[in-house]
Write a protein that binds this ligand. Structure first.
Ligand code: C2E
Ligand code: CA
Ligand code: CA
Length: 695
């Protein structure tokens, strides 16, 4: 081509580009391939250290000097493709380094202008900062979350062995608060620089304010080493945590789910106490994916008559005669693939998605409907239904429950609502108020998994609940340890005093049953009697008296009676016996030097002495002593004096002025005990002889 002709083309383009550059922030250029001369339009010199001289003309190698070293190869390759006539255009993304040393992502694009033989002569195009600005983090200039997700979407589909490493600075908010935001920004920039250095500037993103992401094609031990290096680099300023997820294409639907998973893993690293790296195992990923699929099924099921959900029932039998008291409804799910799924796996999903609200109502209605039917055979049958705390967050939960009770047509006392004590009830006033309203309307309330959560006994009293279910962790192997036995015993004592029913959960063996029965709980539930079973099995065991399973159950219960008789375990509930036969227990403590005396009495004694207000032990002694009929005072004192010297049990029988019954005859058996704190101690029982029937 003639030089003249070429000059005309150059001039024409230059004129147009010159004009256009006035209306854009992009740097337009015109490149003469043969001459290696690049003419820029627009003020590229202002921001970049290029063509420091007067002209706007410079060579490609000069231009390359402002391209980030890590991107120079990509830039050159793409450029060479165009000038060597392999492509009709030049198109690449790279970073330029500006005058203050900051990397700026730019999009470079140009068209190739060829001569009549198809030989490349010129390139006309632009370098644009703004084209990529929406994809860059303004603080560090790194690609942002939008670009990350876009790139992840591509990576996921290409079968590779890459990992996504998400990194953040521990407690950045606290650092900002204590050292100022500028300091926090400085740390972020420093970390960004280090990450750029490590990754050669590729596959690095500043996703959200404190999330950096690296896409790495490395083995996991190499990734751990990279993390160590970053950690060391930042160590004197802050600590960092990292979460790593493999970009295995079969496991993630899209970039977002991969990124979200990386966030979860990072959070796990933080939960482990910061300053650490956490890898997501394949197993965990599979579990997560499976649970997401399950959740989708649940949404479908809820809109489709709760298909797949089923209630299993586990009996609660009365301690002693093992007759049926109630059935606990336990939810099961069969997935579309036919797999049976258990509550421990899916209840958390239902709770997180709040699907537990409709599903819980379905459970309630299904269980109550069954109970109504069973009541035709067993008139005092009950059902126990588990309630999640999420359900109690619903404003209308109480009304909703009562509406179901009335729709089904049963009395509210058919239902025991089981609630776990996994919240600090003291902090959940709204929850407690709702539970109380439910109770006031006749529904029975049970505290589930008792002993594993927060409940303090006083608080339960305040809630006036009906039943305590002692968690199976206290029941299992109870015959072997005294600790669990003590806890169960104390709970039973407290419950009896407050007329609360106690159900022991998870009873699996006859040994456990025997030990428990020595403390007379009200109800027993566990595999020993039945595992949770479907309606048909449950009815065969407890409702259909002609079924084989029903007879087997009867036989089993007879065996249990025989076992109990043989092992000779007869439960003596001493407290009950004493209370019911009106035998009160007492302790007198006296100081012989000062003649100070006090009387301690148990609840039965308080009752049978007709005491109707709280006395101090000293007042209690006076109350008792002053009511001894005058003619017996000397007799009582004489015997106490004898006992001071002799180690004997003495029986006293004397007349005593009862505040309500008048003069009565009482009897005490007394024994002196070892002294305590310098006090002489007597203990004994007290009973009223008057009006006791002798046959
Ligand atoms: P939970 O309320 O404590 O229910 C008792 C769990 O103990 C049941 O597990 C039952 O199968 C198991 N179990 C009963 N006896 C024994 C035994 O002797 N030995 C052993 N090892 N285990 C025994 P399941 O059915 O897997 O239910 C687990 C939990 O899921 C339940 O614990 C309950 O918290 C929850 N859940 C079940 N159904 C529902 C429901 O409809 N709604 C809500 N909110 N939660 C439910
Ligand atoms: Ca339960
Ligand atoms: Ca339980």
């Amino acid at each position: 081509m003639l030089q003249e002709c070429k000059n005309t083309i150059i001039n024409n383009y230059s004129d147009v580009l010159e004009q256009m550059s006035k209306s854009t922030d992009d740097f337009l250029f015109f490149f003469d391939i043969k001459q290696d001369k690049n003419h820029f339009f627009g003020n590229i010199k202002k921001e970049y250290s290029i063509c420091e001289g007067k002209t706007n003309l410079f060579t490609i190698s000069e231009l390359l000097k402002i391209v980030h070293p890590s991107d120079q190869k990509i830039f050159e390759d793409s450029f060479n493709c165009a000038i060597q006539n392999k492509k009709d255009y030049f198109d690449t993304k790279c970073r330029l380094i500006n005058k203050s040393g900051k990397s700026i992502w730019v999009k470079c694009s140009a068209n190739v202008i060829k001569d009549e033989n198809g030989e490349p002569l010129f390139m006309a195009g632009r370098i644009s900062e703004s084209a990529l600005r929406h994809l860059c983090n303004p603080l560090t200039g790194l690609f942002n979350q939008i670009k990350l997700i876009n790139d992840l979407n591509k990576e996921i589909n290409s079968n590779n062995n890459r990992y996504l490493m998400l990194i953040d600075i521990d407690d950045l908010s606290a650092i900002n608060l204590s050292h100022g935001r500028d300091y926090g920004d400085m740390l972020l920039k420093l970390l960004a620089k280090k990450l750029e250095e490590i990754s050669d500037g590729n596959g690095i993103y500043h996703a959200e304010r404190n999330y950096f992401a690296l896409s790495l094609e490395k083995k996991s031990d190499e990734i751990a080493r990279i993390y160590d290096e970053i950690q060391c680099f930042m160590a004197d300023k802050c600590t960092i945590s990292a979460g790593v997820v493999p970009m295995n294409n079969s496991l993630f639907k899209d970039g977002t789910s991969l990124f979200d998973t990386a966030k979860l893993v990072l959070r796990k690293a933080k939960q482990k106490g910061h300053n650490s790296i956490e890898f997501f195992s394949d197993e965990e990923i599979k579990r997560k994916i499976a649970s997401l699929e399950l959740l989708e099924e649940f949404y479908e099921s809820v809109n489709n008559g709760f298909v797949g959900f089923e209630l299993y029932y586990q009996p609660q039998v009365k301690s002693g005669n093992y007759s049926l008291y109630s059935a606990e409804a336990l939810l099961r799910y069969t997935s579309k693939s036919g797999k049976k799924v258990f509550p421990d796996e899916f209840i958390p999903l239902l709770e997180q998605s709040k699907l537990i609200v409709p599903v819980g109502m379905w459970v309630l209605e299904t269980a109550l409907t069954k109970c109504k039917e069973w009541r035709k055979t067993i008139p005092d049958m009950h059902v126990s239904v588990n309630f999640s705390l999420i359900q109690f967050k619903e404003k209308s939960i109480v009304e909703d429950v009562l509406a179901v009770v009335s729709k089904v047509g049963v009395t509210p006392d058919c239902l025991t609502a089981e609630i776990t004590e996994s919240v600090n009830l003291n902090e959940a006033k709204d929850f407690v108020a709702k539970v109380k309203r439910l109770k006031d309307s006749g529904v029975q309330i049970a505290i589930d998994d008792f002993g594993t959560g927060y409940s303090n006994i006083g608080y339960l009293k305040q809630m006036s609940i009906d039943e305590i279910k002692i968690d199976r962790s206290f029941i299992q192997g109870i015959e072997e340890g005294t600790y669990n036995f003590k806890i169960v015993s104390n709970t039973l004592d407290f419950a009896k005093m407050n007329s609360i029913r106690v159900c022991c959960e998870g009873v699996e063996t006859t040994q456990e049953l025997s030990v428990l029965e020595s403390r007379s709980p009200d109800l027993i539930q566990g595999y020993l009697f039945n595992r949770p079973c479907n309606v048909s099995d449950f009815e065969d065991c407890y409702i259909n008296s002609s079924s084989e399973k029903y007879h087997k159950m009867e036989e089993f219960i007879t065996e249990l009676y025989q076992h109990r008789a043989k092992s000779g375990i007869i439960s003596f509930n001493t407290k009950d016996i004493l209370s019911q036969t009106n035998v009160g227990l007492w302790v007198i403590r006296m100081n012989p030097k000062t003649n100070y005396k006090e009387l301690h009495i148990d609840e039965t004694m308080e009752r049978i002495m007709g005491i109707d207000k709280k006395y101090t032990p000293k007042e209690c002694y006076d109350f008792w002593y002053e009511r001894i009929c005058t003619e017996y005072i000397e007799y009582v004192e004489k015997n106490f004096n004898i006992m001071q010297d002799k180690d004997k049990i003495i029986q006293l029988q004397y007349s005593w002025k009862h505040p309500q019954l008048g003069e009565i005859v009482v009897r005490s058996n007394v024994k002196r005990c070892p002294d305590s704190n310098g006090m002489v101690v007597f203990e004994g029982y007290h009973r009223i002889l008057t009006n006791i029937e002798e046959v």
